[in-house]
Write a protein that binds this ligand. Structure first.
Ligand code: FES
Ligand code: FES
Length: 175
């Protein structure tokens, strides 16, 4: 007879660089732990089914949907939320670019989009629009039409290179 594999109810991980020792139901959603146990409400819930990207956080630097991640998968991993990137008093340049380009309207999608965009620019400092659209495809936005979000990324890239912002486009884009 096979022995059942023991699943620990203790998960050691880091959140925004801070070590955490969490105990609870191993299949609890990372999204709920962040929002309701750790008070990190910058991570939003939209669909709850992995479709909208509102709940995006970084897991070992990669964007994931926190609504689909059970706590057991967080053991030994590093979670970064929007609170770890910056806040109202210390905006990270990607966040500032979103604000200045008009890429923030209702804001429901913004934390997830900013984290996905930031992770992309960490890996690829100068993605073109096609690559941006590909990377952001899992983050839905009902308000902006995406053009302003793409401009925000272009502004960030231009600022990092010490240049001015690229000429504003006129059309709306789909990621
Ligand atoms: S709430 Fe997680 S993808 Fe929509
Ligand atoms: S700003 Fe409203 S959904 Fe994106």
């Amino acid at each position: 007879m096979q022995e059942a594999i023991a699943v620990s109810d203790t998960v050691r991980f880091t959140v925004n660089g801070e070590p955490r020792c969490w105990q609870g139901e191993p299949m609890a959603r990372l999204l709920d732990v962040l929002r309701y146990e750790l008070g990190l409400t910058g991570t939003k819930e939209g669909c709850g089914e992995g479709e909208c990207g509102a709940c995006t956080v970084l897991l070992d630097g990669e964007p994931v949907c926190a609504c689909l991640v059970p706590m057991l998968q967080c053991e030994g991993r590093a979670v970064q939320t929007i609170e770890g990137l910056g806040g109202a008093d210390r905006l990270e340049p990607v966040q500032r670019a979103f604000v200045e380009a008009g890429g923030v309207q209702c804001g429901a999608c913004t934390p997830g989009l900013v984290l996905t965009a930031w992770a992309l620019l960490q890996r690829e400092p100068r993605p073109d629009r096609a690559r941006m659209r590909e990377a952001l495809a899992g983050n839905l936005c009902r308000c902006t039409g995406y053009e302003r979000i793409l401009r925000a990324l272009e502004h960030t890239i231009a600022a990092r290179q010490g240049g001015g912002a690229p000429a504003a486009g006129t059309g709306e884009a789909t990621p």
